[in-house]
Design a protein around this ligand. Structure first.
Ligand code: ADE
Ligand code: ZN
Length: 338
């Protein structure tokens, strides 16, 4: 890759559509918050904790990720974590971001839902004031828990309906198919919430079908295993269902062996509306620009692919048509002069 192409993808305007805020908690901040809240960590140092980030699959990551989130206790903690991510996103030329949060990870530990959402939301408001970055929240249900737990979470969330735009489905995929949450997603749909779900990360293509046909999601998070099924691949392309792909995550969690083996180019060549995102940047070795640069350094991606990825990121965003058109014009202007 030429130096120019890496500069181009770093500086281009972009949206991020798949980032778990708890996955942006850097080891340094985990230690700061542990000290602030009198929590004793089972790690001697930041380096010691970072050394534990050697994952073999999704579950081995999730175990550490939920343990890390246990230092979050006050509204200020949630604010500080979110602010730190937004600073990184702004530095990466992210103009719009749709952020996942996992309330059950916190309410199960006795932290109030209002504490969680107020701290995160206040940071979004401040970042919009300071940099003009637009940001929305997507509440994720933990799929290893029951649908009844998801309904209880939705009930807790509804008094704060103005602070989030949609719901998603994350955590342990295998053995927890989308249809386990069919009724709660139907209710969310009635409530006018936007719908997404993780599917086809570790789970089979079948989970992508059921996310679409039983949950009626509008985007698929990950979805990279769709290529195992040509009929599904053709459908995703025809219906322009966006995939929020997370390349460094896929390597760390061993979905692909090496970044050179990543299938983003095949997805784009198949006509799929793929986007590039960071997933859990503090755990997987980088923020969104690190993901773009890793791909462009390792695969024969071109300037035209960069243009398509930037456009896809805004086209797939949950924005009103006028705002979306404004961002797409910014992408076009950037590529016209860069
Ligand atoms: N929670 C945080 N990151 C996740 C991922 N990549 N897959 C499923 N659940 C998650
Ligand atoms: Zn994810």
């Amino acid at each position: 890759m030429t130096e120019l192409l890496s500069d181009l993808v770093r500086s281009m305007p972009k949206a991020e559509l798949h980032m778990h805020i708890e996955g942006s908690l850097e080891p340094e901040l985990i230690f700061t918050l542990a000290e602030r809240n009198g929590v004793t960590l089972p790690y001697a140092s930041v380096e010691d904790l970072r050394r534990a980030y050697a994952f073999t699959d999704l579950q081995s990551f999730l175990d550490i990720y939920y343990a890390g989130a246990s230092v979050l206790q006050t509204e200020r903690d949630f604010y500080d974590m979110t602010w730190a991510y937004l600073e990184r996103a702004h530095a990466d030329n992210v103009l719009h971001t749709e952020i996942f949060f996992d309330p059950q990870t916190h309410t199960e530990r006795g932290i109030g839902f209002p504490v969680v959402i107020s701290g995160i939301h206040r940071a979004l408001t401040d970042a919009r004031k300071q940099w003009g970055i637009s940001a929305s929240l997507i509440l994720c249900f933990l799929r290893h828990l029951s649908e009844a737990d998801a309904f209880a979470t939705l009930e807790m969330a509804m008094p704060h309906r103005d602070k989030f735009i949609g719901v998603g489905l994350d955590s342990s995929e295998r053995g927890n198919p989308p249809e386990k949450f069919e009724r709660v997603f139907a209710r969310c749909r009635e409530l006018g919430l936007r719908l997404v779900a993780h599917a086809g990360e570790e789970g089979p293509p079948e989970y992508i079908y059921t996310a679409l046909d039983k949950l009626h999601v509008e985007r698929i998070d990950h979805g990279v295993r769709c290529l195992e099924d040509p009929v599904l691949t053709a459908r995703l392309a025809r219906e322009q269902v966006a995939l929020t792909v997370c390349p460094l995550s896929n390597i760390k969690l061993r979905v692909f062996d090496r970044i050179h083996d990543h299938n983003i180019l095949e997805l784009l060549d198949a006509g799929i509306a793929a986007t590039v995102n960071s997933d859990d940047p503090a755990y997987f070795g980088g923020y969104v620009n690190d993901n773009y640069v890793a791909l462009f350094e390792s695969l024969p991606l071109t300037r035209d692919h960069a243009y398509r990825l930037a456009r896809n990121s805004f086209a797939a965003a949950f924005l009103d048509e006028e705002t979306k058109a404004g961002y797409l014009r910014q992408v076009d202007d950037y590529f016209a002069t860069a």
